[in-house]
Design a protein around this ligand. Sequence first.
Ligand code: ADP
Ligand code: MG
Length: 286
Amino acid sequence: MNVTQHDAQSPSRGDQLMQPEPGQQNGRRPWPVIVTRHLVKTYVLGETNVHALRGVSLKIYPSEFVAIMGPSGSGKSSFMNLIGCLDHPTSGDYFLAGMPVSRLRPDDLADIRNRRIGFVFQSFNLLVRDTALTNVMLPMMYAGFSGKEQERRARRALQLVGLGDRTSHLPTQLSGGEQQRVAIARALVNSPSLLLADEPTGNLDSRTSLEIMAVLQSLNERGITIIIVTHNPEVAVYARRQVEMRDGRIVSDEPVTAMRSAQADWSAAVKSTSTTGDMRIQEETQ
Ligand code: ADP
Ligand code: MG
């Protein structure tokens, strides 16, 4: 199966594989990119069952920007791992762009995971002896791209996160926010339509968190669906929708009524502390 960027927008595959929700097929709303139905995840540790997810049902539409919130241990990472096809649910259904993930063959699942989804984690996991460019090229090294194509994609991804002029820097020559931006660029090299970020601002101070949210907002404006995990309400105001989890369940799901510009707030924060850090997200060049 060859999953293309085009598929992400097209319901044709989903038409065959997913029963439409009642009343939805005639509406104007696009098809959801993610549908979970009563997802349950129980980890078995020896004699103990850990009930991480107790039935999570959620729909996420293309181009949404969702913040998943909740206290530590509430199941946020378990849910993200399922959405990212990194783990299997104990029970329940998951449809990704209309495809029932549980029924996909391992090869197809790997294909979807690699082409459609980008991951960003809390720790940057950058190789300290390699430049920003090489760090971003790493995931492509075994994907059969020519060296030239790897470099082209990596440069473009770095431009998308505003680091087009930092390609030769080593991680130690970059700020914490810039290092996290390199990790985001690394997640963008396959042009995913869905970006998952588990606590991407978790280790960052509040000003640097704004910098990361500004990058994510600009990617979202380009149409990428974004789901981030954060325990921090100050970070979540820059999303468009806030989903809150408690004890393995969704306890609230609300749109953000007055979404703020992280870029504006970040610029103001940078000015007030009179340090450098103008971030212009550069337009890509062909
Ligand atoms: P959060 O990301 O909200 O902190 P997690 O999804 O990481 O929550 O964890 C939810 C619950 O599942 C916690 O009680 C945690 O200890 C448990 N848990 C998470 N991963 C595993 C695992 N691999 N094995 C056993 N228990 C786990
Ligand atoms: Mg977590």
